[in-house]
Design a protein around this ligand. Structure first.
Ligand code: ME8
Length: 656
């Protein structure tokens, strides 16, 4: 019997933005499924990648003064790095600028053309440039784009169309014959009614920009970004070759709800036109907010995968995102909730269970896993409680990660209760002690397999500390013959704290280089600076014009509050604040002597744990001053790798 195959994909993310927690959320969920299906013994193919063409990307490259290819190479690499950080076990990272991919796009378009499904027409409509979407007057919200709420523009251009309307009945049949196709189920009524009522032909080419796949039917045209992006799911598995024959149709495309229409309607219709099978399922999950707010660059509350991993660790972040929010629903990411869950469920429940068990085996059995004696009723009860694979499997099949985790943690709780009640440290009879400890080791071995998809590193450490190799689902049966010696290593989870206790630790002070100094268009006393943080460029507004000549600012290093809530100064948004020292009417920017661009500025002896954002009021409570021309936080110096941060003013200056 050949192994069952499982082909799972994430969206390919646009490279006009750097990776953030929203992208991480989808990708982690898909990774958990991929790992779960590997444990089931299936032949898994897991695809991730980047969407690199289109007007948005062309404009983003231009804004950075880079050639499009150079720009997409750079940002695509950031996604790759983020997925390595988050321990994503993808098989292929597809890029739409790959030559092989572009060939498949052309092949697919030719097939649709040959089927009579592509024709030339004229497109007229309200167009949203950032979203690359035309909208009908009915779809606009107060005249603005319904997705991003920005103004749209009336546009008319020659365009090729895809006969989407022709596939109405076939699409409705697809949904009717495959009840699991539109998932989660509560999203299907909206798709069904839109397909029934508003299925129009789709404009699939543009002439207004160049960065994309040339349209094979007419070289003046560039292929619309979705007609270029969606085929990644077949180009990545070598359409029309052997791998494609083996893995297509995809078992599931995991996407965010805002791109459900493209995946559930347009993509199957394209495939039908080309004579190919539609995927088996599109799962559209909900939207994440951060502390109750929509994430946005201008709000400055975007959380990066690096931040998550550095601050909380990869497994804690993975666990939290999937245990907290029912997949499919909208949900909120809050660091307070993360810390509470991590401490209770990970450090206290799972971490302590392992720790207690290992210490007892060291003390009572010289680190060797003992042979069990006869099982008591309580032992048998725990064995029964360990038999949860079926339940977990059912939840995973339904994409209900939070339920799967809950079922696993019920077992963790049962184990903890068991240790407390059996209290092996008090028991006299040696065989009974050994039996209890054996039951615990075996339970933890099962847990290592159960938690593996969610927290692979933790699972590996857990099984290594038990002296075992991590198993698959075949090994997920409570046995009586597990042998070996335990090897206590690092604790699985350290206790976390919500931000630092010292208010300074919430700050993200960083060294930046000034690239440009311009006058503020609407304010006499303000400069508008363009600065470089190494990882990104930003705009800052600074009230220095009366104090510092332009040429003394240009190209020098400064210190900024990088996580200050962005603020608009007379029409110019300042993304952070330059720090300067003021005393007796003299104002000088802080001087990070010998520092490197982008590095963090710390207060000696204060742990740094920057939060995503601080308000100006919070910042104002943190008093910084100067002593002997150095910048101080209380009696602690502000430092970089170059030493103390300097400010050429008298002692006791105010820093702001
Ligand atoms: O749409 N909450 O790319 P994209 C949850 N290139 N998920 C979020 C999120 C949030 N706040 N923000 C983003 C595109 N996502 C196209 C896809 S596929 C052939 C082409 C996740 O960079 C979610 O998965 O805008 C969403 O669908 C995706 O990122 C959008 O990524």
């Amino acid at each position: 019997m050949p192994r069952k195959k499982f082909y799972i994909t994430t969206p390919i993310y646009y490279v006009n933005d750097v990776p953030h927690i929203g992208h991480a959320y989808t990708t982690i969920a898909a990774d958990v499924l991929a790992r779960f299906h590997r444990l089931k013994g299936e032949d898994v193919f897991f695809l991730v990648g980047t969407d690199e063409h289109g007007q948005k990307v062309e404009s983003a490259a231009k804004a950075k003064g880079m050639a499009p290819q150079e720009y997409v190479d750079k940002v695509s690499e950031e996604f790759r790095k983020a997925w390595t950080l988050l321990n994503i076990s993808s098989d292929v990272f597809i890029r739409t600028t790959d030559t092989k991919h572009k060939k498949v796009v052309v092949q697919l378009i030719k097939k649709c053309f040959a089927a009579g499904d592509i024709y030339k027409g004229e497109y007229e409509g309200q167009y949203c440039v950032p979203c690359e979407s035309y909208w009908t007057p009915l779809q606009l919200v107060n005249g603005n784009c319904p997705t991003c709420n920005r103004p749209t523009q009336a546009l008319k251009e020659e365009s090729y169309f895809f006969r989407l309307s022709k596939y109405k009945q076939q699409l409705l049949d697809l949904y009717a014959n495959n009840p699991g196709f539109l998932a989660p189920g509560f999203r299907s009524p909206e798709i069904l009614s839109r397909v029934r009522e508003e299925l129009k032909d789709l404009s699939i080419t543009r002439t207004s920009f160049h960065w994309g796949v040339q349209f094979p039917v007419d070289k003046k045209h560039v292929t619309y970004v979705w007609f270029d992006a969606l085929p990644n799911y077949i180009s990545a598995i070598g359409y029309p070759g052997k791998k494609f024959q083996k893995f297509w149709p995809a078992d599931v495309h995991v996407v965010g709800k805002e791109i459900n229409w493209f995946h559930s309607v347009i993509w199957p219709a394209m495939l039908m036109s080309a004579g190919l099978q539609p995927p088996k399922k599109v799962f559209a999950h909900g939207w994440l907010t951060v502390n109750g707010e929509k994430m946005s660059k201008s709000k400055g509350n975007v959380i990066s995968p690096q931040y998550l991993v550095e601050r909380y660790g990869v497994d804690v972040s993975r666990y939290f995102l999937l245990s907290e929010i029912p997949f499919g629903q909208d949900g909120d990411f809050s660091e307070k909730a993360l810390v509470a869950r991590a401490n209770a469920e990970l450090a206290d429940a799972l971490g302590n269970l392992l720790q207690r068990t290992l210490v007892l085996i060291e003390q009572k059995c010289d680190s060797k896993i003992p042979r069990p004696g006869k099982f008591s009723a309580e032992d048998e009860e725990l064995v029964k409680a360990s038999d949860i694979l079926k339940v977990v499997d059912k939840h995973m099949e339904n994409f209900e990660f939070h339920r799967a985790i809950k079922a696993i943690w019920e077992f963790v709780d049962a184990c903890n209760k068991y240790v407390t009640l059996q209290a092996p440290w008090k028991v006299e009879e040696k065989k009974r002690v050994e039996t209890v400890l054996y039951v615990l080791v075996e339970s933890l071995r099962l847990l290592s397999i159960l938690v593996y998809p969610f927290m692979p590193k933790t699972a590996e450490s857990l099984s290594a500390q038990l002296g075992q190799k991590i198993g698959n689902h075949k090994k997920l049966v409570f046995g009586k013959t597990t042998k070996g010696a335990v090897k206590r290593g690092e604790v699985l989870f350290k206790k976390l704290e919500v931000a630092g206790k010292d208010p300074f630790s919430a700050l993200d002070l960083r060294v930046a280089r000034v690239l440009e100094v311009n006058d503020h268009p609407n304010a006499d006393r303000l400069y508008v600076l363009k600065i470089d943080l190494g990882t990104e460029q930003r705009t800052l507004v600074a009230g220095l014009k009366a104090f510092v000549p332009r040429d003394q600012l240009a190209n020098r290093l400064i210190v900024i509050v990088a996580n200050l809530k962005p603020h608009e100064f007379r029409g110019v948004m300042s993304q952070g604040m330059l720090l300067a020292a003021e005393k007796n009417g003299k104002v000088v920017p802080l001087n990070p002597v010998g520092a490197k661009m982008g590095e963090h500025v710390l207060a000696q002896g204060v742990a740094s744990a920057p939060v995503p954002q601080v308000s100006i009021e919070e910042f104002a409570k943190i008093v910084l001053t100067t002593a002997t021309k150095e910048v101080m936080y209380g009696n602690k110096k502000l430092v970089t790798s170059g030493g103390a941060v300097a400010a050429d003013v008298d002692d006791g200056a105010k820093i702001k």
